[in-house]
Design a protein around this ligand. Structure first.
Ligand code: PLP
Length: 432
């Protein structure tokens, strides 16, 4: 039996899937808060116009521009689906079949390049020359640096200082790609200088870094601000993952019963799940969906469904989301990419309607790192710490079904590889 299920290059989807027209109820619209300036006007000034248009689109299928499709091919899409034969054997599975989608094969190590190249392309079309953003874990900053370089644009990344100081290898990769990378709080913006002058040792935060990215875009005519998760257009760009996966399952005449992805903001989970959920909503398929989270940020598991800001600094409009509160303190974990206070509005609505379920794993990450080790030793690929949450959930669900004597087909999304997270693995290895 073959483990790899490739998709021929000619089969790369030509359209993204936009779930908005298929949702069980209209997505609650963004709202302006009661005080302060218009957040909607602010975003219209600082973000890519085509992305904001896509945010509200009611078209189910949105053509992928030929240049973006070419970039997808260039960066190795379509990506293979794998049957986890070796992991199945390790777990002694007889009735359960396990599959995984390989977003770890991305050039910068995560699925985030799928939306980065699309956003960079539209920015270039709109005459912008500089992309700006913030990054926490570093995956988004790297993906946007990559996309900017391939499209001949500059990239300015504000990176939370405590992580900037620590992840030297990822910083090197961003700089090699030609990005300007600043530890945030930086000297480049008014807000950065203000925070810095009060406390030169400030470790930074995602909120400050977002403020710096937005201020930079607002004060530089040629610059636009890009976001890597949560928003509708980001999830739509990521639908390429699930659209490919549907074709791959069709090729082998198999139907998944459960799709699993890790979830921080929801872009990789949405990317693989939304095209399948669309078919469920249109009565064409039956399938379950499970988001794997950390107890450090269990927005779907423990959050409230209500309007909240997407950022600490309250620059964004209010979105209806499952949230822990935009000012909540989240304990540090190695899977830093999962530490976000709210789930995407689309995923939140689907959770509210019972179409998406969620599970959260303890912040010591023992169970999750054990799953990563099992996956590496059986399948041979080192997953990102974030992706290991999906693997943990996949293993748990497989064992549960096996014990119950149920036949089940499970598909996990491997959102990224762990080669630039070896420091985290080293620490876990040494401390147990
Ligand atoms: C950013 C990231 C995530 C979490 O973000 P989502 O928006 O929930 O997808 C997960 N895995 C990897 C490898 C990431 O880089």
């Amino acid at each position: 039996m073959r483990s790899q299920i490739p998709l021929p290059v000619d089969e790369l989807p030509t359209k993204w899937y936009n779930i908005l027209p298929d949702l069980p109820e209209p997505l609650p619209p963004p709202k302006e808060p009661e005080t302060g300036p218009s957040r909607m006007e602010f975003l219209a000034r600082t973000m890519v116009k085509e992305c904001l248009r896509q945010e509200m689109s009611s078209e189910r299928w949105v053509p992928i521009p030929e240049e973006v499709r070419e970039l997808y091919l260039h960066m190795g899409r379509p990506r293979p689906l794998y049957r986890a034969i070796r992991l199945e054997k390790y777990l002694g599975l007889k009735r359960v079949r396990l599959y995984y989608k390989r977003e770890d094969l991305s050039p910068t190590g995560s699925h985030k390049t799928n939306t980065a190249v699309a956003q960079a392309y539209y920015a270039m079309k709109e005459g912008k020359t500089t992309l700006t953003t913030e990054t926490g874990a570093g995956q988004w900053g790297t993906a946007l640096s990559y996309a900017a370089r391939l499209l001949g644009l500059d990239c300015v990344v504000f990176w939370v200082k405590s992580v900037y100081d620590w992840k030297t290898d990822r910083r090197t990769l961003m700089k090699l790609l030609g990005a300007k990378v600043y530890a945030s709080p930086s000297q480049q913006t008014r807000i950065g200088r203000e925070v810095f002058s009060k406390n030169p040792e400030h470790p930074g935060s995602l909120g400050i870094a977002i403020s710096e990215g937005l201020e930079y875009a607002e004060t530089h005519e040629d610059a636009v601000y890009c976001l890597g998760s949560v928003l509708n257009h980001v999830l739509m760009h990521q639908s390429i993952i699930g659209l490919e996966t549907i074709k791959q399952f069709d090729l082998i005449d198999e139907k998944p019963d459960l799709i699993i992805g890790c979830l921080g903001g929801g872009s990789n989970f949405g990317g693989i799940a939304l095209p399948f959920i669309g078919e469920v909503l249109r009565g064409k398929r039956e399938c379950g969906f499970l988001a794997a989270q950390s107890m450090a940020a269990p927005n779907l598991v423990k959050g409230e469904y209500r309007y909240d800001f997407c950022d600490v600094a309250e620059y964004t409009p209010l979105l209806k989301v499952y949230t822990l509160g935009h000012k909540v303190e989240m304990p540090p974990i190695k899977a830093d990419g999962l530490r976000y206070h709210a789930a995407a509005p689309i995923i939140s609505l689907l959770k509210h309607h019972g179409l998406v379920k969620a599970v959260a794993y303890p912040t010591d990450e023992k169970a999750v790192f054990e799953a990563a080790r099992i996956f590496l030793q059986s399948e041979g690929w080192l997953p990102a710490p974030e992706s290991s949450y999906a693997i943990r959930a996949g293993i748990d669900e497989a064992i549960k079904a096996e014990k119950a004597g149920v036949e089940k087909v499970i598909c996990m999304n491997i959102s990224g590889h762990g080669f630039l997270d070896l420091m985290a693995y080293k620490e876990k290895l040494e401390t147990g």
